[in-house]
Design a protein around this ligand. Sequence first.
Ligand SMILES: Nc1ncnc2c1ncn2[C@@H]1O[C@H](COP(=O)(O)OP(=O)(O)OP(=O)(O)O)[C@@H](O)[C@H]1O
Ligand SMILES: [Mg+2]
Length: 244
Amino acid sequence: MSIEVHNLHQHYGETRAIDGVCMKLPDSAQVLALIGPSGGGKSTFLRLIGGIETPTSGTVIVDNQELPKEEEGLLDYRKSNGFLFQAFNLFPHLSALDNIILPLTEVHGWSRHKAEERAHEVVKRFYLEKHLEKHPGQLSGGQQQRIALARAVAHEPALLLLDEPTSALDPEMKAGVLDLIKELCDAGQRIVLSTHEMGFARQSADHVVFLAEGEILEEGKAEELFEASREPKVTQFLDRVMKW
Ligand SMILES: Nc1ncnc2c1ncn2[C@@H]1O[C@H](COP(=O)(O)OP(=O)(O)OP(=O)(O)O)[C@@H](O)[C@H]1O
Ligand SMILES: [Mg+2]
């Protein structure tokens, strides 16, 4: 996939969440994992790549198209992507099934019939058939995460952005999501994800970016970065977290 970022900044008041990031992903990369300490800027970087926010300054170029700088111009691009938010962002007043159907009909203009058919396909794939009528407040964290993931992939997005896709899952479900990501990859899906789980990053991604304090400390092929990182701070971080 083709993603380029030039001197990107995202500041929230005094906080420099992204602080001068430059990156050019190799075209061969299909799954990019963002790793690094909490507060390092992973979610912010994902939102900028996905067009959820406009940056303070700098440019993001996806598939050789520079993302528009104003909110309005971003809407079409945003629609073409699928996003799993760290906090899930499900509609609390809608059933699990309607959480998947509504964006298909309202945002993507699908007929109710087509949206229902697709929604039933994806819930089956995520083992959620028993929970269709429940509202988010009646679902466990892991079930909510799977509904949000089902919603993110339902319209077959050009780029799938996953913010900590396994954080609320038990080990078996994590393995299931990993299988699903592999399945999506085999079907050609391009994915950018953030994760605190190094095993997951290593198995799912072909390229890894390590973000800390809004800067890229190191990036490279997943197997190389995990086997032998060049940056001492990254090595130290990996040594510490891989013990768990
Ligand atoms: N909308 C916002 N308004 C103000 N500050 C924000 C906003 N979003 C993020 N930040 C700040 O920007 C910094 C980076 O946050 P971000 O959520 O991108 O980190 P992260 O790497 O995803 O962390 P985590 O691993 O805990 O999810 C943090 O200091 C955070 O408090
Ligand atoms: Mg985050």
